[in-house]
Design a protein around this ligand. Structure first.
Ligand SMILES: C[S@@+](CC[C@H](N)C(=O)[O-])C[C@H]1O[C@@H](n2cnc3c(N)ncnc32)[C@H](O)[C@@H]1O
Length: 425
């Protein structure tokens, strides 16, 4: 809740964090997002937010967010890591998000610490911030709130955060860039430093760990270029992708630039206000999203949970996304995306789960009158076309931007708005 409007709230925050105004802060996480007004406001300020909330007594808040055209996923800070690699977010935020940050030895703060980039900011508003003036309204005592605030400050300091700025209802901590602070932690200190037994970037059904993730000395301590320059700069972790390099990423960007130009010729809705919520269902470097960056869309980049984990590259470029296994349901409500792009997904998934299950999940996610662009081997496209017909999608087959390429073709599908015949209802 933002009594003076979310714009005034973010204006105050941006005064406390100048990096929000100059392109240093580009990616953000809003835990306990409500209807994602914070992320919605930031979108207009060129900051891309993953807004996160569960379905609880606050009802379908993530559905409202997506209906408003704001990026959001269903999720909870609970026992499993968020599906996001380490050192990805430039900023994380909680406004009255009800997450018990100081419970369980600070486990939930450690998860925020993992996903924040060194130098990234953690912003808290609501209890216990400004408890001196606000405690009357919180059904608590001033002593209890003071104790909670003191505990929070101590925990954050012990995890290598420093109080960066504070005014009124907002407090900002910064994750340390100083390796010396992490060097003081060991697997037996409190808090402990994470050992190498679990990859810090592994985030698919990985239980949260009660330890502090030290930034990798090689790549994660360095400041990234500001937005929008960082979109075109290959980050150091491009080397986690097999065959990954700066030139491979540039080549991939070139491919997607040509592909998106071709897609727009075949599907004029792309690039218009008819398409807003877009998902790239199987990306490597986020090249498809990068080619759409000037359009009135946002793209959820999905990196396979069982292939090479290139999602860190996507975040380092200033794009957002999540890990996912397409043999499972995606953490979203029905009818929440306007366009799905599946590149080679069926060839990749065919040995793992049945194609019809993936297509039925796509149908669930796609809003009626939304589109799917499916790019795959012609053998798989034939099967996709027949299942899509059963789902009452209308699909047209096309060459890719490279006509001569017989190994890859396109299916552009339009989900119809239909209802059961009267006699069945
Ligand atoms: C009071 S609302 C605040 C919403 C929004 N941040 C605002 O200020 O308007 C609390 C939010 O926290 C979410 N929430 C509660 N516990 C959570 C948890 N463990 N992980 C993620 N979100 C949680 C709720 O679903 C809800 O979206």
């Amino acid at each position: 809740m933002f009594p003076n409007g979310v714009g005034a709230y973010v204006d105050l925050m941006a005064d406390l964090i100048p990096g929000m105004k100059d392109g240093s802060v580009r990616t953000a996480l809003d835990t306990g997002c409500g209807v994602a007004s914070w992320g919605g406001d930031l979108l207009a300020r060129n900051i891309l937010t993953v807004s996160l909330a569960p379905r609880d007594n606050h009802e379908a808040q993530v559905q409202f967010a997506l209906e408003r055209g704001i990026p959001a996923i269903l999720g909870i800070i609970s026992t499993q890591r968020l599906p996001i690699p380490s050192a990805s977010m430039d900023m994380a935020h909680c406004s009255r998000c009800l997450i018990p940050w100081t419970e369980f030895g600070g486990l939930y703060l450690m998860e925020i610490q993992r996903v924040l980039r060194p130098g990234g900011f953690w912003v808290l508003s609501g209890p216990p911030i400004n408890y001196e003036n606000r405690w009357h309204g919180w059904n608590t005592t001033v002593e209890a709130q003071k104790a909670d605030f003191d505990r929070l400050k101590k925990m954050l300091a012990s995890m290598c955060f420093r109080l960066y700025n504070k005014k009124g209802d907002i407090a900002v901590w910064q994750k340390s860039l100083d390796a010396g602070c992490y060097d003081k932690l060991t697997p037996v200190t409190t808090p402990a430093k994470c050992d190498d037994s679990v990859d810090a970037d592994a985030a698919w059904y990985v239980p949260m760990r009660s330890c502090v993730t030290a930034p990798s000395p090689k790549s994660r301590g360095k400041a990234l270029p500001k937005w929008p320059q960082r979109l075109g700069v290959a980050p150091e972790r491009v080397s986690v992708v097999p065959g990954g390099s700066g030139s491979a990423m540039k080549h991939d960007d070139g491919k997607w630039k040509a592909a998106v130009k071709h897609y727009k010729a075949l599907l004029p809705a792309l690039g218009s206000d008819k398409v807003r919520n877009v998902m790239d269902m199987s990306t490597v470097y986020g090249g498809f999203a990068a080619s759409l960056v000037k359009d009135p869309v946002w793209v959820m980049n999905v990196v396979s949970s069982y292939g090479p984990n290139s999602l860190g590259v996507v975040y380092d470029r200033g794009l957002i996304g999540t890990n996912h296994d397409w043999c499972e349901a995606f953490s979203t409500y029905p009818r929440t995306y306007d366009l799905l792009h599946a590149d080679g997904l069926f060839a990749a998934e065919s040995h793992r789960c049945e194609m019809k299950f993936v297509l039925v999940e796509m149908d669930r996610i796609l809003r009626p009158t939304g589109y799917a662009i499916i790019r795959d081997n012609p053998y798989f496209l034939d099967s996709v076309a027949s299942i899509a017909k059963g789902m009452r999608w209308t699909c047209d087959r096309h060459d890719t931007e490279n006509k001569e390429n017989e190994k890859e073709k396109l299916l552009i599908c339009h989900k119809q708005l239909w209802s059961a015949k009267k006699q069945y209802i």
